[in-house]
Design a protein around this ligand. Structure first.
Ligand code: ZN
Length: 338
């Protein structure tokens, strides 16, 4: 368990455990810069035979500049897929509704047992609806959703939050490459849309440094925000939180998204900082688009935390180190065992 080859990291983890002092983690945030090469994880659409990558505007030195990016939706989708796989492998220790079990995008709203349970709930009793959502499925508990059937408006806010994965200006580039499907002897006649002719198409490949931000409100797992009560017992909340940490790690370490069949991203490294919260102050974040973001995070955390001592920061210099940090954090998701 101890990081024998990395005494500096081990020291930071021990200091964090000391600061936590047996309290359960209420939240964590991660700010990282990751290097990815030749990926096409997120695209805007296709114009004729040309696929167009996502571009968003970011601030650089007070000016707005366009950069390649991967949406937070793609990242969250990856997180949910990893969480589903963990829950399916947990032998019933992590509950899944029937729809999430088969990756239905409507999640618990499509689950017949949930629909049946809703019939017995008055449409003004949103707290009871959220109780059902949180109890029945780890994905709906962590991913959140809106229940509108029966003319209601019962929201479950997401426990997991993701920003866009943003290319760092001047450290990211996209090129478009021509590919061809050779179909020797194919005729021009393709009136029935069979797509058997020869195709020429262009697809983007992007490479560079990307800024990644995420937050997990661990204290809200199994918690009903409307009734302000936990509806899942502590041992299961801890199991859900551990799975969330593992899924979050995989979201960065095993990126999911588009075009992975032929443009599997080359992940070449990541560095950054994890902020752990053990109290009511939420974990801090500062954009890794900026140089020196680790120090900025530390300064922000210290600004109000000198007396209260509820935030701890741990830096990582590789994807593997982030894994070691989040694995250790699974020991801090529930109250300390006597
Ligand atoms: Zn579900």
């Amino acid at each position: 368990m101890a990081n024998e080859n990395n005494p500096q990291l081990e020291q930071q983890l021990r200091e964090t455990a000391t600061l936590g002092n047996g309290r359960a983690l209420t939240g964590l945030s991660i700010a990282a810069r990751a290097s990815l090469s030749a990926h096409s994880l997120n695209n805007e659409g296709t114009i004729n035979n040309e696929q167009i990558e996502r571009i968003v505007n970011v601030v650089q030195d007070g000016e707005v500049v366009p950069v390649n990016a991967v949406s937070g939706d793609v990242l969250k989708h990856g997180f949910i897929d990893h969480l589903r796989a963990l829950a399916l492998g947990a032998d019933g220790a992590l509950p899944l509704c029937a729809s999430c079990r088969r990756s239905d995008p409507n999640r618990i709203n499509e689950d017949p047992q949930f629909q049946e349970a809703l019939k017995g709930i008055n449409k003004t009793e949103n707290a009871r609806v959220v109780d059902e959502v949180v109890r029945r499925c780890v994905i709906d508990d962590l991913g959140g959703l809106l229940v509108t059937q029966g003319n209601r408006n019962a929201p479950r806010r997401s426990v997991a939050q993701f920003g866009w994965l943003l290319g760092v200006p001047e450290h990211v580039r996209t090129e478009r490459y021509t590919h061809i499907k050779l179909a020797l002897g194919a005729t021009e006649d393709d009136a029935e849309g069979s797509n058997r002719g020869q195709n020429l198409f262009k697809r983007p490949a992007s490479s560079g440094q990307y800024a990644f931000v995420t937050q997990l409100a661990l204290g809200r797992i199994g918690y009903n925000d409307i009734s302000a009560k936990y509806v899942v017992e502590p041992a299961e909340r801890a199991r859900r939180a551990s799975a969330a940490l593992q899924a979050l790690y995989l979201t960065l370490a095993a990126p999911t998204g588009a075009q992975r069949n032929t443009q599997l991203p080359h992940l070449q490294g990541a560095h950054g900082v994890v902020c752990f919260a053990f109290g009511t102050t939420p974990p801090v974040l500062f954009s890794p688009l900026e140089e020196g973001f680790e120090n900025q995070m530390r300064d922000i955390a210290n600004a109000f935390e000198q007396q209260r001592r509820s935030l701890a920061l741990v830096e990582f210099a590789s994807v593997a180190e982030l894994g070691a940090i989040l694995e250790r954090a699974t020991l801090w998701v529930g109250p300390a065992r006597a």
